[in-house]
Design a protein around this ligand. Structure first.
Ligand SMILES: Cc1cc2nc3c(=O)[nH]c(=O)nc-3n(C[C@H](O)[C@H](O)[C@H](O)COP(=O)(O)O)c2cc1C
Length: 177
């Protein structure tokens, strides 16, 4: 993939449209071969505590939860067209039960800034260092569609990761004025 490191000030993404696409969330440590990935499509990008962040939500039942909870960082990988089957597999099968990363055909790659890997085939890689987490509080659910997302509990834990690096191709890159 034709990615290059992007100055965070020059990164340009439509924050709503970004989540029309599926990402792979990966947490753990590449060097010790302890990591896992899962498909996500809920989250946010923004600025908090004067730093750029990515926010993701992970249900405790996910195998990935153990990794994102234990390790200090995580990555988001977005793929070009043609990887739908791999992303469906990663969002339907648990790494607890099968070596789904191997089955997907995707290639985990080591990164300089964080211990969690991303994927060689990704067109966009966002590298995040965990800075905050919180469990959603059902007492604070104000809309029916929010309550209805949790018929069996398994309520999301929210993680904020400071964005510490981005690799992207030109469409995500906005030269400084
Ligand atoms: C499009 C899509 C989006 C998903 N988004 C999330 C999400 O934001 N949070 C979450 O906990 N699970 C989400 N899931 C479900 C997990 O990807 C799925 O349960 C996966 O098999 C968990 O894998 P793991 O057990 O290896 O962690 C999503 C699944 C799909 C297909």
């Amino acid at each position: 993939m034709n990615r290059k490191s992007v100055d965070l000030k020059q990164f340009d993404i439509s924050t709503l449209n970004a989540w029309n696409h599926w990402f792979l969330l990966t947490a753990g440590d590449f060097s010790s071969a302890k990591y896992n990935s899962m498909t996500i499509s809920w989250g946010a990008f923004g600025v908090m505590w004067e730093r750029p962040f990515a926010q993701v939500v992970v249900r405790p039942s996910r195998y990935t939860y153990q990794f994102i909870d234990t390790y200090p960082d995580f990555t988001l990988s977005a793929f070009p067209a043609g990887y739908e089957e791999a992303l469906s597999l990663m969002g339907a099968v648990s790494g607890r039960d099968r070596d789904k990363i191997k089955e997907s055909g995707l290639t985990p790659v080591k990164l300089a800034e964080v211990g969690a890997p991303a994927f060689a085939e990704a067109e966009l890689i966002i590298k995040c260092r965990k800075v905050y987490y919180q469990d959603l509080n059902p007492d604070h659910f104000l809309a029916d569609y929010v309550k209805e997302s949790y018929p069996a509990g398994d309520i999301h834990r929210v993680y904020y990761g400071e964005i510490v690096g981005i690799e992207a191709p030109e469409p995500f890159y906005r030269p400084l004025d």
